[in-house]
Design a binder for this molecule. Structure first.
Ligand code: ADP
Ligand code: GN1
Ligand code: MG
Length: 361
């Protein structure tokens, strides 16, 4: 990336300005994100290259995002929100009305406002933050609850379908493309032995025992923006907003927020389960969602945390066995390290299940 390219992309969005500065931003595994500062008092912008090899229908994805953000913005206006652009993402259309532009290499670029005076965190450091994050994701689900699901496409089909993820995993073992199966055999066996229990969530969805809602589907803690006083501003990274289960969002948030270490911590001794953060997140989440959650959802919140960690473990391992084709990696064995760290977290969680159940039942 360079300044000339940034100016060219902004021009495609109809903005004829010379940027004041730019830098790569965030820690995402899929997209490329750049913070762009503009001259004068104009708001800062984020230019993001969406990964079109992973998101195969960028126009559909952007349609989901615009429907969702417009829906939320309308509610904020009714509530008299003074600064809606800090409470919901604001994407900028190109002059042709589309919410992306293409560059000469066929990449897809999107542009949105940087939420002023915002911070995203890679790890929670207080129960107050955990409570706020829970409230934020519960509130987001509530804001989306009257958005008709039929309007949204499945940006990545079967994204959190455990049976589908299991099939992909089994295929990666059979194909053994990177010749890494032998070294991972005990881990593969362990993850496969959990499959009958873990695919139960998809069974419940298939049978209609757990409802489909509009959900975020990537509720990592770094997808929440806080202000300088740890108050919630908004939920970001809306690429995977689509029909899904509330259980996916609850479970995926605990996957990062309940872990005392990072999702790719190489030192397994550092990986633990933070009961206080779990409890605070659950209380924040339930303060917004207890009115709409069904008994079957409520009953399965704790289980969903185990499910999401198992799913993420097999996703990282699948990518490792396939030769690292999906997630960005920072070093050659990164996906193996991620797999081992998630598996350790899954095991640590087992010892906390009774506690988790007691909080969320
Ligand atoms: P990825 O899909 O790669 O995770 P994100 O859309 O989450 O990309 O963006 C990466 C990071 O950029 C976020 O974790 C956050 O730190 C920052 N970010 C994204 N959108 C905004 C925004 N609208 N305002 C401020 N910071 C943002
Ligand atoms: C990816 O882009 P990012 O880092 O927020 C992935 C999530 C995984 C996560 C693991 C579209 O999210 O599903 O849970 O990495 N996003 C996609 O850290 O696959
Ligand atoms: Mg993100």
């Amino acid at each position: 990336m360079n300044e000339e390219r940034i100016n060219l992309l902004l021009e495609k969005f109809g903005l004829k300005i010379s940027v004041a500065g730019w830098k790569p931003f965030g820690h995402g595994h899929i997209n490329d994100t750049f913070l762009v500062t503009t001259p004068g008092n104009k708001p800062d912008l984020i230019l993001q290259r969406k990964n079109h090899l992973i998101f195969k229908d960028i126009a559909g994805m952007m349609s989901n995002i615009v429907l969702t953000t417009n829906h939320i913005r309308k509610k904020l206006m009714v509530e008299g929100e003074a600064e809606p652009d800090r409470k919901v993402m604001h994407y900028i259309p190109a002059p042709d009305g589309r919410y992306f532009v293409n560059d000469a290499e066929g990449n897809f670029w999107t542009l949105f406002l940087f939420v002023r005076d915002s911070n995203s965190i890679e790890e929670v450091t207080s129960t107050a933050q955990a409570f706020s994050a829970g409230k934020a994701f519960g509130h987001f689900q509530m804001q989306c609850s009257d958005l008709p699901g039929s309007l949204l496409i499945e940006t990545i089909p079967n994204f959190h379908n455990g049976k589908f993820r299991l099939e992909q995993f089994i295929t990666s073992v059979k194909e053994n493309r990177a010749d890494r199966v032998a070294s991972m055999q005990p881990v593969i066996d362990r993850l496969l032995s959990l499959a009958p229990e873990m695919t139960r969530l998809q069974d419940m969805l298939d049978r209609g025992e757990v409802p489909l809602r509009i959900t975020h589907n990537d509720t990592k803690i770094n997808n929440v923006l806080f202000d300088d006083n740890d108050n919630i501003l908004c939920i970001i990274d809306l690429d995977t907003v689509m029909p899904g289960s509330a259980l996916f969002d609850f479970g995926d948030a605990i996957r990062t927020l309940g872990n005392t270490a990072a999702e790719d911590e190489p030192d397994l001794a550092k990986i633990g389960f933070n009961r206080e953060y779990y409890q605070a997140f659950a209380e924040g989440y339930l303060s917004e969602s207890s009115g709409f959650l069904t008994p079957s959802e409520r009953k399965n919140l704790a289980f969903a945390c185990r499910y999401m960690v198992w799913e993420q473990t097999i996703r990282f391992l699948t990518d490792y066995l396939n030769g690292d084709t999906y997630y960005k990696i920072a070093y050659p064995e990164h996906n193996r390290v991620r797999t081992m760290a998630q598996l350790k977290y899954l095991e640590v969680m087992e010892g906390n299940l009774d506690f988790m159940e007691s909080v969320t039942r």
